[in-house]
Design a protein around this ligand. Structure first.
Ligand code: APR
Length: 272
């Protein structure tokens, strides 16, 4: 149960509530987290870690293998269902409208499938159901082509027809997954970088769910909140840099446990 200090924070929240989610909110939907034991990806005789595969460099060296990895993971994401925490965030947006904002690192698309809108959901690492032109000639990411199987057997290579479908419909260059790679940078157009920073500067409350804080923009959001002295509620089975910020500032609380356990309770107590 939520203690009185958390209930007080929620009850007196006016203005914008910024939700920041990571892979942990999708763990209860059966999608492996990044730094869990999701394990490696085998290419030929070598095992690759996600940090090696999710790079522009790997895509240049072995585009078909990188695509096969993403298409397999896309199948895992499409095979999963939004869970109670995703559904609670959809209810929160319906109730709070412009006072709700969701910044997610997840590329699995489960927040949108739960009912959150693209307008109030900043997918700062992209979305596995979308692709871009590798020459960036398109004005915006486009949905993955219909002719690409949604379920993808681990290790299955691309067919010539699938390679053709994965080309840019405008200039014919290779398409690439609309996902932020480890050797690439955030920007506003594709990843809402400036908008996310602006939201952190305006928020009255930041709620961080299911992330290690291993990437820069989420930690930047947490640091801005701490510097502004606004309360931060941190939901995670383990302590992490965000709970460390709360411990140092004394503003907010660390709610030890899972997203499914805490997020619906938090949403129910937030004022409309
Ligand atoms: N409920 C809430 N949190 C959970 C749950 C759960 N049921 N299960 C695990 N967690 C927490 C873990 O304790 C961990 O802190 O979720 C977090 C998952 O951390 P990561 O796997 O590092 O995922 P994330 O923080 O989202 O990674 C950030 O790094 O690898 C890149 O771009 C990739 O978006 C990813 C980013």
């Amino acid at each position: 149960m939520l203690d009185d200090s958390v209930k007080h924070i929620l009850h007196h929240t006016r203005g914008l509530t910024l939700w920041l989610t990571g892979a942990g909110i999708s763990a209860e939907s059966g999608i492996p987290t990044f730094r869990g034991k999701e394990g490696y990806w085998r290419v030929g005789s070598r095992n690759y870690q996600p940090e090696e595969m999710a790079t522009w460099r790997a895509f240049q060296e072995m585009p078909d293998e990188v695509w096969a990895w993403y298409l397999y993971r896309r199948g895992v994401c499409r095979g999963a269902e939004p869970n109670a925490a995703h559904r609670a965030l959809s209810r929160a947006e319906q109730r709070m409208g412009g006072r709700f904002l969701l910044v997610t690192q997840n590329v699995d698309g489960l927040h949108l499938r739960a009912g959150n809108t693209l307008e109030r959901t900043y997918q700062i690492h992209g979305n596995i159901d979308f692709m871009r032109c590798s020459r960036e000639c398109l004005p915006a990411p486009i949905p993955m082509p219909d002719g690409i199987d949604v379920t993808w057997e681990k290790g299955r290579p691309l067919t010539e027809h699938e390679r053709t479908l994965l080309k840019c419909p405008s200039c014919g260059a290779r398409g690439r997954p609309h996902v932020l790679w480890f050797d690439e940078s955030y920007d506003e157009a594709n990843f809402r970088f400036q908008s996310s920073i602006e939201a952190a500067r305006l928020a009255s409350l930041v709620i961080v769910v299911g992330t290690t804080g291993a990437t820069s923009l989420p930690m930047h959001i947490g640091t801005i909140a701490a510097q502004r002295g606004i309360p931060m509620l941190v939901v995670n089975p383990e302590s992490n840099p965000f709970s460390g910020l709360v411990r140092r500032t004394g503003a907010g609380a660390f709610l030890e446990g899972t997203a499914g356990e805490w997020v619906p309770q938090l949403v129910d107590l937030l004022p409309d």
